[in-house]
Design a protein around this ligand. Structure first.
Ligand SMILES: [Zn+2]
Length: 561
């Protein structure tokens, strides 16, 4: 089966066959049915959304020998001539090669004569914004006093380049990009008609890649089918169009999770070597974060609304379980916001690499309480400082203040009692650390360093441990994960066993690892306002600026900021 010219073979021949643009189709069809076309039309919109296609169909409909009717018959000699591009009354002009005023003057003389066979002379000017100013002025004279039998249809991707005087003489229709559903349905229709079997995901991929343009997605479909394989397969689409596959995105997320900068660097090199389309790569990456967010927050229902096969949904669900929801949300936002700057950069590769590193360090970005100095004891109003929480993850690194993942003022930072405080966070600590290499102290921080050194094949383990509070009592290590996903990650993939091996070799004795269950106890049962008032970050700000609280209000708009 010859696949060449798929676009040409599926060029719609009447209004009903055109994909999308329902509103514009109905108006033009009615004008043809009533034999009352406007003297001048301006069709604007991005490429491949049906501007010239609808212009040709309108030409046929208003010249059809079996009309006036809402649709061309496509049987009479007039329709047939226009379809072949051989009608003496329908002229298609490419403004890009006819920009001059002389061409327009000649055109004005020609349209003054009556049509030779049809009812109307139709002039279709494609890429009409390319006309010169003097050509526009000449055209304007014709539009001001149009011959009764003449219809101008101008198509453009840049209506802003049109003089306002010309636009005001036209019926202006703005063509929209096709929705995902419209384009998907159109491609399925073509494949069904061709008798080609297809994987739905492959069609979804072409639809996403076509971003609303029928012509683009049809020509890509033609390219893939030209491979001559049996049916349309997702793998073929990715190969022909140079797109990264889902496996690559899963690996990428794993490296981000592991903060494995070396692998991320290698991945950027790979992407550049393969010549993958970076714009679409970023678009798909944003989609991965979106999918993970839906899967982590939307439960089982979310899996059904994603355009992915069931086994991939499960892989993404598992991956989503390894990230905190706030990290996924911030990651999604970061990719969306970085897209423009990466694509506009002189060195897109370096910009992409920077974004990936930022994503890897998202969970460690500075929390809001870190902006203020350390709290001073406030007498009776504060808990005893000796009982303050042992900070999970140690000192936070500050990379980018924009993407903070702190708790909202509505939730007070939990002050946990009865957890051993292993060391002061003062200058003494820095001196001690300079003397000893990492991993030599038999405490929780030492153990974290030890895990990083000795568990390189599973960096997630060390990372998840960093998000736990811990206490050591003789032969028992009690872990208290900050969030539920941390606990479940530690209980997966044989990490429990690894943990007991690591504790044994580090502490020099067999340790029992216990996960403390239940939510962290709150120090008091307070109203949200009271919690906000007593939030350590707020306290620090009040101390630092000698401030008073004037008003407390809830911020419901941005749950993650
Ligand atoms: Zn006809």
């Amino acid at each position: 089966m010859a696949k060449a010219g798929l676009t040409a073979r599926y060029r719609p021949q009447n209004f009903a066959q055109v994909a999308g643009q329902d509103f514009i189709k109905s108006i033009l069809s009615r004008a043809a049915g009533q034999d009352r076309p406007s003297h001048a039309y301006l069709f604007s919109g991005t490429r491949g959304v049906g501007k010239t296609t609808l212009a040709r169909i309108l030409s046929k409909a208003i010249n059809c020998y079996n009309g006036p009717a809402p649709e061309p018959c496509n049987q009479c000699s007039s329709c047939e001539q226009i379809t072949r591009g051989a009608s003496p009354d329908v002229w298609e002009i490419d403004a890009a090669s006819h920009t001059g005023v002389d061409n327009v003057r000649k055109l004005r003389e020609d349209v003054a004569y009556s049509p030779m066979s049809g009812r109307y002379k139709v002039v279709i000017i494609d890429e009409a914004h390319m006309l010169s100013t003097s050509a526009f002025n000449a055209l304007l004279k014709t539009l001001e006093e149009p011959p009764a039998h003449c219809v101008f249809i101008m198509a453009t991707t840049a209506p802003e380049k049109f003089p306002a005087t010309v636009i005001s003489r036209c019926q202006h229709y703005v063509f929209k990009r096709l929705t995902h559903g419209e384009l998907f349905a159109h491609l399925c229709f073509v494949l069904d008609t061709e008798g080609v079997s297809y994987e739905k995901e492959a069609v979804h991929l072409l639809t996403r890649r076509g971003s609303g343009s029928v012509r683009d997605s049809m020509s890509m479909l033609g390219q893939v089918l030209a491979l001559g394989d049996e049916g349309l397969k997702t793998a073929d689409v990715r190969r022909v169009l140079g797109l990264a596959d889902q496996e690559l995105f899963l690996r990428l997320m794993q490296h981000i999770l592991d903060q494995d900068l070396v692998r991320l660097h290698e991945m950027v090199n790979y992407l550049l070597e393969q010549g993958l389309d970076l714009g679409f790569f970023l678009q798909e990456m944003a989609q991965c974060w979106r999918n993970m967010f839906l899967l982590s927050q939307g439960g089982q229902e979310a899996g059904k609304v994603l355009d992915l096969p069931a086994e991939e949904v499960e892989k993404w669900r598992e991956m989503a379980g390894m990230f905190a929801a706030s990290t996924i949300h911030a990651g999604w936002q970061m990719v969306l916001e970085s897209r423009k700057s990466i694509l506009g950069s002189y060195e897109p590769g370096i910009s992409l690499e920077l974004m990936l590193y930022n994503l890897a360090y998202l969970p460690e970005l500075i929390p809001v309480s870190g902006y203020a100095p350390e709290p001073q004891p406030r007498g009776e109003t504060r808990q005893n400082t000796a009982e303050k929480k042992y900070p999970a993850g140690g000192e936070k690194k500050s990379l980018n203040n924009e993407y903070k993942t702190s708790s909202s003022p509505g939730e007070p930072e939990v002050v946990t009692e009865n957890f051993q405080e292993f060391q002061d966070r003062g200058e003494d600590k820095a001196e001690v650390q300079e003397e000893k290499p990492p991993g030599t102290e038999k405490d929780w921080d030492g153990f974290l360093d030890y895990c990083r050194e000795h568990c390189r094949d599973d960096m997630t383990l060390a990372r998840m441990l960093k998000q736990c509070s811990a206490s050591i009592d003789k032969d028992q290590l009690t872990l208290k994960p900050e969030e539920e996903y941390v606990r479940s990650a530690l209980l997966r993939n044989g990490r429990e066993k690894k943990l007991s091996t690591l504790t044994g070799s580090f502490f020099g004795r067999e340790m029992q690892v216990v996960f403390q269950a239940g939510a962290a106890p709150e120090i008091f049962d307070a109203s949200p306002e009271e919690k906000a008032r007593n939030h350590p970050g707020v306290q620090r700000l009040m101390d630092a600026f000698d401030a008073r609280i004037m008003d407390i209000s809830r911020n419901n708009d941005k749950p993650n900021s």
